[in-house]
Design a protein around this ligand. Sequence first.
Ligand SMILES: N[C@@H](CCC(=O)N[C@@H](CS)C(=O)NCC(=O)O)C(=O)O
Length: 206
Amino acid sequence: MTILLHHHPWSRAATTVWVLEEIGQPYKLNTVDLRAGEHREDKHKARNRMMKLPVIEDGDVVMAESAAIGVYLADRYALGTLAPALDDPRRGAYLRWCFFGPSVIEPACMAKASGWEYSESSAGFGTYENMIATLEEGLAEGPWLLGEQFTMADVIVGATVRFLQQFKMIESEGALGAYVERLNTRPALQRADAKNQALIVELGLA
Ligand SMILES: N[C@@H](CCC(=O)N[C@@H](CS)C(=O)NCC(=O)O)C(=O)O
């Protein structure tokens, strides 16, 4: 079965290309032109009420939310390799990191970059400083979040860190910088970057 990714190279769908390259299942891309507003058209709104990318279609499954897509595809196609098996005790740490990307790293960086005033105790993402310290401690043993085993958690967290570094919204020195350098050596990431870059040129976005 071929997985369909509704995609634009200037979106988080670029990360889903990396997810798909790691998974190794056949897939194709359908460009949804963000600049032309195609994501707000009824056709795309029916796929994702949030009118955002990425969205995948895998048989009867139509789903949005990039981290959830990564978890779903790893469970379905790479259980025991990119996702710890359901009875593997490392599954707890794995899921924790998969959720940490969108629910802690992203909002903590956004809060810092935008100068939000908020109650650190009430906000689920706490403080930027605590988030960085947690991430650095999580990577202390390394090379990956679960130690020797590279998992989908590294794609979800790693892609978020890499993306935020590009926009100077998160530290790029020390442990996090070294982590991104290790991620950059993944052949699947290199293939995804090449595909996304080729599309950027093809769509005249370069
Ligand atoms: N939480 C969502 C966020 C998706 C998202 O914000 N996508 C952006 C591109 S990175 C988008 O589609 N923006 C178009 C818009 O909101 O107009 C996920 O991780 O998939």
